[in-house]
Write a protein that binds this ligand. Structure first.
Ligand SMILES: Cc1cc2nc3c(=O)[nH]c(=O)nc-3n(C[C@H](O)[C@H](O)[C@H](O)COP(=O)(O)OP(=O)(O)OC[C@H]3O[C@@H](n4cnc5c(N)ncnc54)[C@H](O)[C@@H]3O)c2cc1C
Length: 230
Protein backbone atom coordinates (compact mmCIF):
# COMPACT_ATOMS: atom_id res chain seq x y z
CA UNK A 1 0.00 0.00 0.00
CA UNK A 2 1.21 3.46 -0.84
CA UNK A 3 -0.37 6.81 -0.08
CA UNK A 4 -0.35 10.09 -1.97
CA UNK A 5 -1.60 13.38 -0.55
CA UNK A 6 -4.06 15.11 -2.90
CA UNK A 7 -4.58 18.21 -0.75
CA UNK A 8 -4.59 19.06 2.95
CA UNK A 9 -7.53 16.82 3.80
CA UNK A 10 -7.58 14.13 1.12
CA UNK A 11 -5.24 11.23 0.49
CA UNK A 12 -5.14 8.59 -2.19
CA UNK A 13 -4.55 5.03 -1.01
CA UNK A 14 -2.89 2.86 -3.64
CA UNK A 15 -3.83 -0.74 -2.90
CA UNK A 16 -2.34 -3.96 -4.18
CA UNK A 17 -5.17 -6.43 -4.59
CA UNK A 18 -3.95 -9.53 -6.40
CA UNK A 19 -7.39 -11.06 -7.05
CA UNK A 20 -9.16 -7.83 -7.97
CA UNK A 21 -12.06 -8.80 -10.29
CA UNK A 22 -11.97 -5.49 -12.23
CA UNK A 23 -14.47 -2.64 -12.12
CA UNK A 24 -16.23 0.03 -14.13
CA UNK A 25 -15.50 3.73 -13.73
CA UNK A 26 -17.94 5.20 -11.22
CA UNK A 27 -18.31 2.12 -9.02
CA UNK A 28 -17.37 2.04 -5.35
CA UNK A 29 -16.25 -0.44 -2.72
CA UNK A 30 -17.36 -0.97 0.84
CA UNK A 31 -14.42 -0.76 3.21
CA UNK A 32 -14.75 -2.66 6.47
CA UNK A 33 -12.46 -2.03 9.43
CA UNK A 34 -12.34 -4.42 12.37
CA UNK A 35 -10.71 -3.52 15.69
CA UNK A 36 -8.87 -6.01 17.89
CA UNK A 37 -11.90 -6.27 20.19
CA UNK A 38 -14.02 -7.36 17.24
CA UNK A 39 -15.88 -4.04 16.74
CA UNK A 40 -16.29 -3.44 13.08
CA UNK A 41 -17.63 -0.65 10.91
CA UNK A 42 -18.00 -0.01 7.19
CA UNK A 43 -18.06 2.95 4.77
CA UNK A 44 -18.28 3.27 1.00
CA UNK A 45 -15.43 4.73 -1.10
CA UNK A 46 -15.44 5.30 -4.84
CA UNK A 47 -12.76 3.77 -7.00
CA UNK A 48 -10.52 6.53 -8.32
CA UNK A 49 -8.42 4.38 -10.63
CA UNK A 50 -9.22 3.41 -14.20
CA UNK A 51 -10.43 -0.17 -14.63
CA UNK A 52 -7.22 -1.02 -16.49
CA UNK A 53 -4.88 0.40 -13.82
CA UNK A 54 -2.42 -1.94 -12.11
CA UNK A 55 -3.47 -0.85 -8.63
CA UNK A 56 -6.79 -0.04 -7.05
CA UNK A 57 -6.90 3.55 -5.82
CA UNK A 58 -9.28 5.16 -3.34
CA UNK A 59 -9.18 8.85 -2.46
CA UNK A 60 -10.46 9.59 1.01
CA UNK A 61 -11.23 13.01 2.42
CA UNK A 62 -10.83 13.39 6.16
CA UNK A 63 -14.17 14.36 7.71
CA UNK A 64 -13.70 16.18 11.02
CA UNK A 65 -14.79 13.94 13.90
CA UNK A 66 -15.41 11.07 11.49
CA UNK A 67 -14.97 7.51 12.63
CA UNK A 68 -13.40 5.96 9.53
CA UNK A 69 -12.01 8.66 7.24
CA UNK A 70 -9.43 10.12 9.71
CA UNK A 71 -8.11 6.60 10.29
CA UNK A 72 -7.75 5.92 6.56
CA UNK A 73 -6.18 9.32 5.85
CA UNK A 74 -3.82 9.54 8.83
CA UNK A 75 -3.17 6.14 10.37
CA UNK A 76 -3.71 3.33 7.88
CA UNK A 77 -0.26 2.07 6.93
CA UNK A 78 1.38 -0.61 4.80
CA UNK A 79 0.71 -3.99 6.38
CA UNK A 80 -2.58 -2.93 7.98
CA UNK A 81 -5.58 -4.92 6.94
CA UNK A 82 -8.88 -3.67 5.57
CA UNK A 83 -11.60 -5.69 3.98
CA UNK A 84 -13.03 -4.49 0.67
CA UNK A 85 -16.35 -5.61 -0.73
CA UNK A 86 -17.15 -4.85 -4.33
CA UNK A 87 -17.00 -3.34 -6.81
CA UNK A 88 -20.54 -2.11 -6.17
CA UNK A 89 -22.93 -0.10 -8.36
CA UNK A 90 -24.32 -0.43 -11.86
CA UNK A 91 -25.99 2.90 -12.68
CA UNK A 92 -23.43 5.57 -11.82
CA UNK A 93 -20.90 4.23 -14.32
CA UNK A 94 -19.33 5.35 -17.57
CA UNK A 95 -17.87 2.97 -20.13
CA UNK A 96 -15.89 3.86 -23.25
CA UNK A 97 -18.59 2.38 -25.52
CA UNK A 98 -20.62 5.51 -24.71
CA UNK A 99 -19.99 8.15 -27.35
CA UNK A 100 -22.35 10.97 -26.27
CA UNK A 101 -20.84 14.11 -24.66
CA UNK A 102 -20.36 13.83 -20.91
CA UNK A 103 -20.80 16.43 -18.20
CA UNK A 104 -19.18 15.66 -14.86
CA UNK A 105 -20.21 17.76 -11.87
CA UNK A 106 -18.46 17.11 -8.56
CA UNK A 107 -18.55 18.68 -5.13
CA UNK A 108 -15.46 18.13 -2.95
CA UNK A 109 -14.53 14.45 -2.77
CA UNK A 110 -17.39 13.82 -5.21
CA UNK A 111 -14.76 14.20 -7.91
CA UNK A 112 -13.38 10.74 -7.11
CA UNK A 113 -15.63 8.55 -9.31
CA UNK A 114 -15.60 11.29 -11.98
CA UNK A 115 -11.81 11.07 -12.04
CA UNK A 116 -12.12 7.34 -12.62
CA UNK A 117 -14.25 8.17 -15.69
CA UNK A 118 -11.64 10.65 -16.97
CA UNK A 119 -8.94 8.04 -16.45
CA UNK A 120 -11.01 5.31 -18.11
CA UNK A 121 -11.56 7.56 -21.13
CA UNK A 122 -7.84 8.24 -21.38
CA UNK A 123 -6.88 4.59 -20.91
CA UNK A 124 -9.28 3.56 -23.69
CA UNK A 125 -7.91 6.23 -26.05
CA UNK A 126 -11.50 7.48 -26.40
CA UNK A 127 -12.19 10.96 -27.76
CA UNK A 128 -15.62 11.37 -26.19
CA UNK A 129 -16.02 15.05 -25.28
CA UNK A 130 -15.87 15.47 -21.49
CA UNK A 131 -16.45 18.56 -19.39
CA UNK A 132 -15.74 18.60 -15.66
CA UNK A 133 -17.07 21.20 -13.23
CA UNK A 134 -15.55 20.73 -9.78
CA UNK A 135 -16.78 22.75 -6.81
CA UNK A 136 -14.33 23.19 -3.93
CA UNK A 137 -14.05 25.57 -1.01
CA UNK A 138 -10.70 27.13 -1.90
CA UNK A 139 -7.96 26.66 -4.52
CA UNK A 140 -5.99 24.57 -1.98
CA UNK A 141 -8.87 22.07 -1.87
CA UNK A 142 -8.58 21.06 -5.52
CA UNK A 143 -7.85 17.40 -6.28
CA UNK A 144 -5.62 15.69 -8.84
CA UNK A 145 -4.30 19.04 -9.96
CA UNK A 146 -1.18 18.09 -11.95
CA UNK A 147 -3.16 15.46 -13.82
CA UNK A 148 -6.11 17.74 -14.54
CA UNK A 149 -3.88 20.61 -15.64
CA UNK A 150 -2.32 18.50 -18.38
CA UNK A 151 -3.74 19.37 -21.78
CA UNK A 152 -5.99 16.62 -23.04
CA UNK A 153 -7.97 16.81 -26.27
CA UNK A 154 -11.70 17.28 -25.73
CA UNK A 155 -11.43 17.38 -21.94
CA UNK A 156 -12.37 20.71 -20.38
CA UNK A 157 -11.89 21.32 -16.66
CA UNK A 158 -13.46 24.16 -14.64
CA UNK A 159 -13.28 24.80 -10.92
CA UNK A 160 -15.70 26.84 -8.91
CA UNK A 161 -15.00 28.08 -5.42
CA UNK A 162 -17.48 28.32 -2.59
CA UNK A 163 -15.37 30.21 -0.01
CA UNK A 164 -12.21 31.72 -1.52
CA UNK A 165 -11.54 32.17 -5.22
CA UNK A 166 -8.08 32.68 -6.73
CA UNK A 167 -6.97 36.29 -6.97
CA UNK A 168 -8.52 38.02 -9.98
CA UNK A 169 -11.36 35.55 -10.52
CA UNK A 170 -14.37 37.06 -12.23
CA UNK A 171 -16.79 34.82 -10.30
CA UNK A 172 -17.45 35.65 -6.65
CA UNK A 173 -17.12 32.66 -4.29
CA UNK A 174 -20.42 30.89 -3.76
CA UNK A 175 -22.31 27.69 -4.16
CA UNK A 176 -23.09 26.27 -7.58
CA UNK A 177 -25.74 28.25 -9.45
CA UNK A 178 -27.62 28.21 -12.70
CA UNK A 179 -25.12 30.48 -14.41
CA UNK A 180 -22.24 28.11 -13.58
CA UNK A 181 -24.00 25.20 -15.23
CA UNK A 182 -25.29 27.29 -18.12
CA UNK A 183 -21.66 28.22 -18.87
CA UNK A 184 -20.16 24.74 -18.59
CA UNK A 185 -22.90 22.24 -19.41
CA UNK A 186 -23.51 20.93 -22.89
CA UNK A 187 -26.85 22.14 -24.22
CA UNK A 188 -29.65 19.58 -23.75
CA UNK A 189 -29.93 19.31 -27.57
CA UNK A 190 -26.47 17.66 -27.57
CA UNK A 191 -28.04 14.81 -25.50
CA UNK A 192 -25.20 14.61 -23.00
CA UNK A 193 -24.99 12.20 -20.10
CA UNK A 194 -24.60 14.09 -16.84
CA UNK A 195 -22.93 12.60 -13.76
CA UNK A 196 -23.30 14.50 -10.48
CA UNK A 197 -21.54 13.43 -7.30
CA UNK A 198 -20.80 14.90 -3.89
CA UNK A 199 -22.49 15.75 -0.60
CA UNK A 200 -26.26 15.20 -0.69
CA UNK A 201 -27.19 18.91 -0.72
CA UNK A 202 -24.76 19.66 -3.52
CA UNK A 203 -26.04 16.78 -5.66
CA UNK A 204 -29.66 17.77 -5.21
CA UNK A 205 -28.96 21.42 -6.04
CA UNK A 206 -26.88 20.62 -9.14
CA UNK A 207 -29.32 17.99 -10.45
CA UNK A 208 -32.28 20.38 -9.98
CA UNK A 209 -30.41 23.10 -11.88
CA UNK A 210 -29.68 20.71 -14.75
CA UNK A 211 -33.38 19.79 -14.94
CA UNK A 212 -34.26 23.50 -14.94
CA UNK A 213 -31.87 23.97 -17.86
CA UNK A 214 -33.80 21.33 -19.82
CA UNK A 215 -31.81 18.15 -19.23
CA UNK A 216 -34.10 15.11 -18.97
CA UNK A 217 -33.89 13.57 -15.47
CA UNK A 218 -33.06 10.16 -16.94
CA UNK A 219 -29.86 11.63 -18.42
CA UNK A 220 -28.71 12.81 -15.00
CA UNK A 221 -27.01 10.14 -12.89
CA UNK A 222 -26.34 11.02 -9.30
CA UNK A 223 -24.26 9.63 -6.44
CA UNK A 224 -24.72 11.03 -2.92
CA UNK A 225 -21.80 10.76 -0.53
CA UNK A 226 -23.51 11.89 2.65
CA UNK A 227 -24.44 15.07 4.49
CA UNK A 228 -24.23 18.49 2.95
CA UNK A 229 -20.79 20.08 3.00
CA UNK A 230 -19.77 23.63 2.15
C1 LIG B 1 -21.37 5.48 -2.72
C2 LIG B 1 -20.46 6.33 -1.85
C3 LIG B 1 -19.18 6.60 -2.27
C4 LIG B 1 -18.33 7.39 -1.48
N1 LIG B 1 -17.08 7.67 -1.94
C5 LIG B 1 -16.26 8.45 -1.20
C6 LIG B 1 -14.96 8.78 -1.69
O1 LIG B 1 -14.54 8.37 -2.78
N2 LIG B 1 -14.16 9.57 -0.91
C7 LIG B 1 -14.61 10.04 0.32
O2 LIG B 1 -13.82 10.74 0.99
N3 LIG B 1 -15.84 9.75 0.79
C8 LIG B 1 -16.66 8.95 0.08
N4 LIG B 1 -17.90 8.64 0.57
C9 LIG B 1 -18.27 9.08 1.95
C10 LIG B 1 -17.78 8.01 2.95
O3 LIG B 1 -18.51 6.80 2.77
C11 LIG B 1 -17.98 8.42 4.42
O4 LIG B 1 -19.31 8.83 4.61
C12 LIG B 1 -17.05 9.54 4.85
O5 LIG B 1 -15.68 9.13 4.67
C13 LIG B 1 -17.26 9.90 6.34
O6 LIG B 1 -17.06 8.74 7.12
P1 LIG B 1 -16.51 8.88 8.61
O7 LIG B 1 -16.64 7.54 9.26
O8 LIG B 1 -15.18 9.54 8.63
O9 LIG B 1 -17.55 9.90 9.27
P2 LIG B 1 -18.79 9.49 10.23
O10 LIG B 1 -18.28 9.01 11.55
O11 LIG B 1 -19.70 8.59 9.45
O12 LIG B 1 -19.50 10.90 10.38
C14 LIG B 1 -18.91 11.95 11.18
C15 LIG B 1 -19.63 13.25 10.95
O13 LIG B 1 -19.41 13.70 9.60
C16 LIG B 1 -20.63 13.79 8.89
N5 LIG B 1 -20.37 13.20 7.55
C17 LIG B 1 -20.44 11.90 7.21
N6 LIG B 1 -20.16 11.73 5.90
C18 LIG B 1 -19.87 12.94 5.41
C19 LIG B 1 -19.49 13.41 4.14
N7 LIG B 1 -19.38 12.60 3.08
N8 LIG B 1 -19.28 14.74 4.01
C20 LIG B 1 -19.41 15.58 5.06
N9 LIG B 1 -19.76 15.19 6.28
C21 LIG B 1 -19.99 13.89 6.48
C22 LIG B 1 -21.63 12.97 9.69
O14 LIG B 1 -22.95 13.46 9.54
C23 LIG B 1 -21.15 13.13 11.08
O15 LIG B 1 -21.62 14.35 11.63
C24 LIG B 1 -18.79 7.88 -0.22
C25 LIG B 1 -20.08 7.58 0.20
C26 LIG B 1 -20.92 6.83 -0.59
C27 LIG B 1 -22.32 6.55 -0.11
Amino acid sequence: MERRAENETATTLVLDIPDWPGHRAGQHVDVRLTAEDGYSTQRSYSLASAPSARHVELTVQRVTDGEVSPYLVETFAPGDRVELRGPVGGWFVWTPVQTEPVLLVGGGSGIVPLMAMIRARRAAGASTPFRLLHSVRTPADRYYLPELQREEPRLEVEHLYTRTAPHGSARRPGRIGEQDLRTVAWPPQASPSCYVCGPTGFVEAAADLLVDLGHPPERIRTERFGPTGG
